[in-house]
Ligand binder design. Structure first.
Ligand code: ADP
Length: 399
């Protein structure tokens, strides 16, 4: 079965077409500037040329139509017709407490995703638009929703509750949800395979470090805690997000600057994190370069990030009463050896020993701990699309 995986943002649409008979990638691409003007980059994996051009994309419906046209046309195509695509899997950001696993989309599921819009006002509407656009263009082809939050629904109350008036939880659904669940699920399963042990017997800490970053404590294959919270701003300092801060800060800034809370929240999401501290960039490559040239604020931002990751790993080792394996993944985790080494330096007390030679590798599955290291440390490139395609295949075949 061939499965189209869609990840819709408010003005973008990423896609991959996978052949699930051998899990091979047939094509991938990205529509950008939807609703503004429009651009499509389509990359067939069969030797046909890349299409990388502006084209009008007034809505997501035209974007999906353009993607399907490219996937099926003689010049750039990888399949002979739309009827070869057996199902569509969608990344959906927020499933609230309604979804602890992936589901085949029907009217009830659409209503439930819509009910979660207040919890993810930037993301869920785009996901809904993507699903509706596929329905408009592809008709009755089965569609599946795979939620970023679902993997974390196994967290116990002591991990997901905030110590706030209970009505906040009951009436407003305020609790820790956690995100990046599809990535944490994928890399923890791969880690168990690499370690040659059943995941049920392992205590793992997965560090997804990209533009957005989160850490997850996975005990016996189940998420038991994670650093993002009610929204993806919480936990670690990120590219542009502040991570955990004293909750009095926004009000204090408002009182002293005349800014309103929406402006400050926006600054905490978009102008904070390593960008805010360094004043240089949200990209770790730029920060490393600037720090190397003597920029102290860039060096401080990198140090703060590594320190926060190390503290969270320590907290999760405590939460699980031990740790067998630590995983680094996503843009920074897969590529930034200096960052991994810096984090490793805090973890000697746990029995972590990083092997400098192994750590020098980039972007491939590998152990980076020494043979003697009590805790195994791994780099595992994440593959959220593959998880979405696998869930989609399983659900559609068993529907
Ligand atoms: P997203 O959260 O948007 O999916 P990614 O996982 O793609 O992000 O991570 C993007 C980040 O990864 C970039 O902002 C950059 O900081 C970092 N990154 C990518 N390649 C490297 C590299 N070679 N060295 C250091 N950092 C890198």
């Amino acid at each position: 079965m061939k499965i189209l995986v869609i990840n819709c943002g408010s003005s973008s649409l990423k896609y991959q077409l996978l052949d699930m008979d051998d899990e091979s990638l047939l094509a991938k691409g990205l529509c950008e500037r939807i609703g503004i003007d429009g651009h499509l980059k389509h990359q067939p994996q069969n030797g046909k040329p890349v299409f990388d051009e502006d084209l009008p994309l007034p809505t997501h419906t035209e974007a999906i139509a353009a993607v399907l046209e490219k996937l099926t046309c003689p010049e750039y195509g990888v399949v002979s017709g739309m009827d070869e695509i057996g199902a569509v899997g969608h990344r959906v950001v927020h499933g609230g407490e309604k979804f602890a696993s992936s589901v085949v989309i029907n009217d009830d599921v659409m209503a439930a995703i819509a009910e979660c819009v207040p919890l993810a006002p930037l993301h869920n509407p785009a996901n809904i638009t993507g699903i509706e656009a596929c329905k408009a263009v592809m008709g009755d082809v089965p569609q599946v929703a795979v939620f970023d939050t679902a993997f974390h629904q196994t967290m116990p109350g002591k991990a997901y509750m905030y110590a706030v008036p209970y009505e906040y939880y009951k009436d407003l659904q305020i609790r820790r949800y956690g995100f990046h669940g599809t990535s944490h699920r994928y890399v923890s399963a791969r880690a168990a395979e690499m370690m040659g042990k059943p995941i049920e017997e392992l205590k793992l800490i997965s560090c997804h470090m990209g533009n957005g970053s989160s850490i997850c404590a996975i005990d016996g294959g189940r998420s038991v805690d994670t650093s993002m919270g009610f929204t993806p701003i919480a936990g670690l300092p990120m590219g542009t997000r502040c991570g955990d801060i004293d909750v009095s800060i926004p009000d204090y800034v408002c009182q002293n600057t005349g800014k309103d809370v929406t402006t400050v929240t926006n600054e905490l999401n978009k102008k904070s994190g390593v960008l805010g501290v360094s004043g240089v960039s949200s990209d770790f490559r730029d920060l490393t370069k600037a720090a190397g040239e003597g920029n102290e604020r860039a060096a401080l931002a990198l140090e703060m990030f590594q320190y926060a990751v190390a503290k969270t790993i320590g907290a999760y080792a405590a939460a699980m009463n031990g740790v067998d394996g630590i995983i680094f993944t996503a843009g920074v985790g897969e590529n930034d050896a200096a960052c991994r080494a810096g984090i490793g330096q805090y973890l000697g007390y746990l029995g972590v020993e990083i092997c400098p030679n192994c750590n020098a590798k980039r972007g491939q599955e590998t152990f980076i701990s020494t043979a003697d290291s009590k805790v195994k440390v791994m780099v595992i490139p994440t593959n959220e699309e593959l998880v979405i395609a696998r869930d989609t295949k399983e659900l559609v075949e068993n529907a």
